[in-house]
Design a protein around this ligand. Structure first.
Ligand code: UT7
Length: 324
């Protein structure tokens, strides 16, 4: 019998405030046409002034617990992916832990920017496989609106706020011919690309929060190549081809990156879950938001092959392959 991690619950939270491209065009020199043509983004959600990353995360986590049919007391661990924590420390995961009324277990953050959810999932999966945890809440939550330079049209139109969460639980099956759960994880980073995508502030460098800076076209080039190559790696590891994939749930940065990746892999476009049009790029929250939408609307069904993949600052990139 092999011990694996299966997803037993999903939750999402988006702030109420919708900001359209037209609204942004009143602030910076841009247009709805440019944003839609270059990115596929129509609108994004922006957190209220008093809404913190932990508030978004908490709402998504509560929904995930309900959908899994468990209580917070059943959770052994919270792994929260974010690049926009409430505070420098403690970990935002501990704020969520306290708000859920949990007094046991462990809670910590993982930082891999837009690849954060894949990293967090891999960490949680390892804890479960090793038997150190049975039930883990894995959350991706971000308030990127707080680190955007709202005068910089090359970045401020691209991002949004939100949170997604899943409950990951240990599962053992006698019949291992068609195993369910996370079948493989693939993580990468290459720190030489720091200057392509970073925040120009931080406690140890400037003692300020800083703003996001990005060389968009350079990131774009690497994104299509890295996403396609890590997906190839996941397919080889599981001895499958693109035609075996039921759903690709990619990090949502730019519709053109998603189309390019699908084309490169000869993957039917209707198998790609897309939310970037409504959410924009929510960094670590984008994959769980898209995944939970596809689960909630019935697209993802038991035993479907679901592949998640992301690429972000660092650079970091990675993929996880699940049989649902
Ligand atoms: O989540 C982490 C990973 N992030 C990504 O994957 C993002 C990857 N990069 C991208 O998605 C794209 O590179 C962008 C959407 C950021 C930019 O699209 P692009 O087609 O690469 O445009 P560009 O940066 O080459 O800019 C083309 C033109 C420039 O004007 P000139 O020099 O041709 O006159 C820009 O100044 O578009 C201009 N521009 C804008 N115009 C209107 C840049 N931003 C805007 C804007 N509105 N918001």
């Amino acid at each position: 019998m092999t011990r694996r991690s299966i997803v037993t619950g999903c939750g999402r939270y988006l702030p109420k405030r919708i900001v359209t491209n037209e609204e942004l065009a009143e602030r910076v020199d841009t247009s709805d046409e440019w944003i839609q043509q270059r990115t596929g983004i129509r609108e994004r959600r922006i957190a209220a002034d008093d809404e913190k990353t932990s508030d978004l995360a908490l709402n998504a986590a509560k929904e995930a617990l309900i959908s899994a049919g468990i209580n917070a007391a059943d959770v052994d661990m919270i792994v929260l992916a974010t690049a926009t924590p409430d505070e420098t420390f403690p970990a935002t995961a501990t704020r969520v832990q306290a708000a859920l009324g949990m007094t046991k277990g462990a809670a910590f953050d993982v930082q891999a920017v837009c690849t954060g959810f894949i990293y967090a999932l891999n960490v949680a999966d390892n804890f479960i496989r090793l038997g150190q945890a049975d039930t883990v809440l894995v959350i991706g939550a971000e308030t990127f609106s707080r680190i955007l330079d709202w005068e910089d049209r090359t970045t401020c139109v691209l991002f949004g706020d939100g949170a997604g969460a899943i409950v990951l639980q240990a599962h053992e099956e006698n019949d291992d011919l068609v195993p369910r759960g996370i079948l493989s994880n693939h993580l990468h980073s290459d720190g030489r690309h720091h200057d392509c995508l970073y925040v120009d502030g931080g406690p140890s460098s400037t003692q300020t929060v800083g703003h996001l800076r990005m060389q968009g076209p350079e990131v774009f080039k690497h994104a299509v190549n890295n996403m396609a190559s890590v997906l190839g790696e996941a397919m080889v590891a599981n001895n499958i081809t693109a035609s075996d994939i039921d759903w690709l749930v990619p990090h949502q940065a730019n519709k053109r990156i998603l189309d390019g990746t699908a084309r490169k892999l000869k993957l039917a476009p209707e198998k790609v879950v897309i939310t970037v049009d409504r959410h924009a790029n929510t960094s670590a929250a984008s994959i769980p938001l898209a995944l939970c939408e596809a689960v909630a609307d019935g697209r993802v069904k038991e035993r479907d092959i679901v592949v998640m993949e992301a690429m972000g600052g660092g650079f970091t990139w990675g993929a996880s392959l699940i049989r649902w």
